[in-house]
Write a protein that binds this ligand. Structure first.
Ligand SMILES: [Zn+2]
Length: 258
């Protein structure tokens, strides 16, 4: 009988839930095989050699045995546990937003290495940088682009005309910014401030170095969060649990972000 097919890849844990007495099912985003679900057998036994290695958001090198239905994790080496995500509820909640976006917007087994690299660098930033919320906004803009939903923010998404410098509107159903004449036919669009447009363009340029030095006030941060959440939820065709989670933490005063 042929042995199981083995597969070695880098992976990040997006989601996990317990199975039976001692097992756990993990949703992984991998560098070479996209998103997949795998079982970690016996991981909840105190003696398991997998124990402690497959915490949420952890970046690891894993060895998988391909199964008929589910792959089985046979070996793990932790590359980065992103300790900062575990010690701080604000950072953890922001990492959850990035993980859920990947989980909702990617197909199983669809390789997307740039997106994998973006996710690991985002977790690194969220774990350590001054503004984890902005690291996630940057991630959202970049990830939407890598997944084929790049928002049009340089010209009017409908007529392709140049934008007036003073007033612009964002339409989630059109996937971008509208000029003042086009916005009339998209009643659901929302006005977007010039500062928000500028920050989104910087995020789209991919320059985190510059972006990380911006001083973003509360109102602008709230505006960026709202427009990107609306657009992401529109694309995902569902409400995001992570967004609701962040909102509820804020309402309970459990995180004092921004
Ligand atoms: Zn237009």
């Amino acid at each position: 009988m042929a042995g199981p097919r083995l597969l070695r890849t880098e992976a990040v844990v997006l989601r996990r839930h317990d199975l039976g007495e001692t097992d756990r099912i993990l949703t992984l985003f991998t560098a070479h095989h996209g998103k997949l679900r795998a079982v970690a057998k016996g991981i909840r036994r105190p003696t398991s050699k997998l124990g402690g290695h497959l915490e949420l958001f952890t970046h690891s090198q894993i060895l998988l045995a391909r199964g008929r239905n589910l792959d089985v994790i046979t070996q793990v080496d932790t590359l980065d546990p992103f300790i900062g995500l575990r010690e701080n509820l604000w950072r953890a909640s922001q990492a959850y937003c990035a993980a859920e976006l990947i989980d909702r917007l990617t197909e199983d087994h669809a390789e997307n290495q740039p997106l994998f690299r973006l996710l690991t660098s985002t977790f690194e930033r969220v774990a350590t940088c001054r503004r984890p919320d902005q690291a996630v906004r940057f991630f959202e803009v970049q990830a939407l682009g890598l997944l084929g939903y790049r928002p049009e923010i340089t010209r009017c998404v409908k007529c392709r005309g140049a934008l007036e410098p003073d007033r612009t509107w964002f339409s989630v159903s059109d996937g971008g910014i509208l000029c003042s004449s086009c916005r009339v036919s998209s009643p659901a669009c929302r006005e977007l401030s010039q500062n928000a447009v500028k920050v989104l363009r910087l995020y789209q340029s991919g320059d985190w170095e510059t972006a990380s030095r911006l001083r973003i006030g509360d109102d602008l941060a709230a505006e960026l969060e709202r427009v990107l959440r609306d657009y992401t939820q529109y694309v995902a065709e569902t409400q995001l649990k992570s967004a609701a989670f962040v909102t509820s933490l804020r309402e309970q005063g459990l995180i004092a972000d921004r």
